[in-house]
Write a protein that binds this ligand. Structure first.
Ligand SMILES: NC(=O)c1ccc[n+]([C@@H]2O[C@H](COP(=O)([O-])OP(=O)(O)OC[C@H]3O[C@@H](n4cnc5c(N)ncnc54)[C@H](O)[C@@H]3O)[C@@H](O)[C@H]2O)c1
Length: 333
């Protein structure tokens, strides 16, 4: 099967392309490299440095490589940035997405797997969060994902598009070759790991790690999130591609189905790295729900998916190993 992967030079895309290639898929990647890295693209993939909203590039790729399906990961992903510059997010994540769908329709490509997000739910009404729960995004980023899911449903009705939308919870961990290298890094695990690494290297002058709120209604007062290994995310996409034509449901949560608190992640990282990391308790950040944990029942039942790496220690360990082997991320100094 010939695939186009948008955003394949990003964190999740890099691991997914690696796994797809191992499984024998032919992969073409488009990435603008705004937050991704050329070195993160498996050398066996065909890589185009470009914009997934570039219609002439899409036409050329669809024609030249006889693409059967698209995996659409490309997006801007910073929730807080989207609340100060909504247009940038809606144009990149939504308007260009519509252009992609139209080009797929013109080229007769009927299959797409889309990277949605837990942020479509906003403040959850209950835990674990079910796919049928209300969608009340609290940021333009979350809105862009929610609206694109609705658009996919219309393209299904009107053009017979077959799609799966995965609502990822907190992607984390790394493969041996590919990991997380964002600037700025907003995700919890790589942020703690970065501090541990610096301390290990003798750098003492580091900003303490900020824990935002320890007065939430959770067992240790810090927020609880659902961490899912990036390899498990990748595995779900491969199952979706195989089963796309016969699925009852189109929308699936992708989470571990259990959560860990910020303090547990912090303490586990200290244990794995063998480093005491300075931290401060800061005030709560606006819009941070106490608990965000997925119900993963639907994806388990319908796709036969299960996590291979559910344990927090294993998740953090894979990210730590990646950091030790790639101290400067993809920037080889
Ligand atoms: N990382 C998570 O925890 C998480 C959680 C929920 C959803 N998601 C979604 O998963 C997808 C991948 O996330 P990630 O963490 O790998 O982010 P990432 O920033 O590492 O990857 C996104 C990639 O898309 C590329 N890109 C952005 N706009 C583009 C454009 N117009 N044309 C071509 N390439 C473009 C970037 O350069 C980058 O390589 C995103 O859609 C994101 O919204 C991620």
């Amino acid at each position: 099967m010939n695939l186009l992967i948008t955003g394949g030079a990003g964190y999740i895309g890099s691991v997914l392309v690696e796994d797809l290639i191992k499984k024998g898929y032919f992969c073409v990647v488009i990435d603008s490299l705004e937050t991704g890295h050329k070195r993160a693209v498996d050398p066996k993939a065909i890589f185009f440095h470009g914009d997934y909203g570039d219609i002439s590039l899409l036409k050329k790729i669809f024609l030249e490589f006889k693409i059967d399906a698209v995996i659409h990961l490309a997006a801007y992903t910073l929730v807080s940035e989207s609340t100060v510059d909504p247009g940038r997010y809606l144009k990149n994540n939504l308007a260009k997405g519509i252009m992609l769908l139209d080009e797929m329709v013109k080229a007769g490509i009927k299959k797409i797997v889309f990277s949605s997000s837990a942020s479509v739910y906003g403040e959850p009404k209950r835990i674990p969060i079910d796919e049928e729960d209300p969608l009340v995004p609290t940021s333009p980023y979350g809105l862009s994902k929610k609206l694109f899911e609705e658009i996919l449903e219309w393209y299904k009705k009107i053009y017979g598009l077959k799609y799966v939308s995965f609502r990822y919870f907190n992607a984390s961990g790394a493969s041996a070759k590919y990991g997380e290298d964002h600037h700025p890094e907003t995700h919890l695990i790589p942020n703690i790991i970065e501090r541990a690494y610096k301390i290990k290297k003798g750098i003492r002058d580091i900003e303490p790690f900020h824990i935002y709120g320890n007065d939430y209604n959770t067992h240790d007062g810090t927020c609880i999130r659902d961490y899912i290994h990036v390899k498990d995310i990748s595995k779900a996409h491969i199952l979706a591609l195989k089963n796309l034509s016969k699925l009852k449901y189109k929308i699936f949560n992708l989470g571990n189905g259990s959560g860990y608190s910020v303090m547990e992640v912090f303490k586990t990282t200290e244990r794995i790295t063998g480093v005491n990391i300075p931290f401060v308790i800061d005030k709560r950040r606006p819009g941070d729900p106490a608990i965000l944990v997925a119900s993963a029942n639907r994806v388990k039942k319908e796709l036969g998916w299960k996590t291979d790496i559910p344990d927090l220690s294993d998740i953090i360990n894979s990210a730590w190993k990646w950091k030790l082997n790639h101290p400067n991320g993809y920037n080889v100094l």
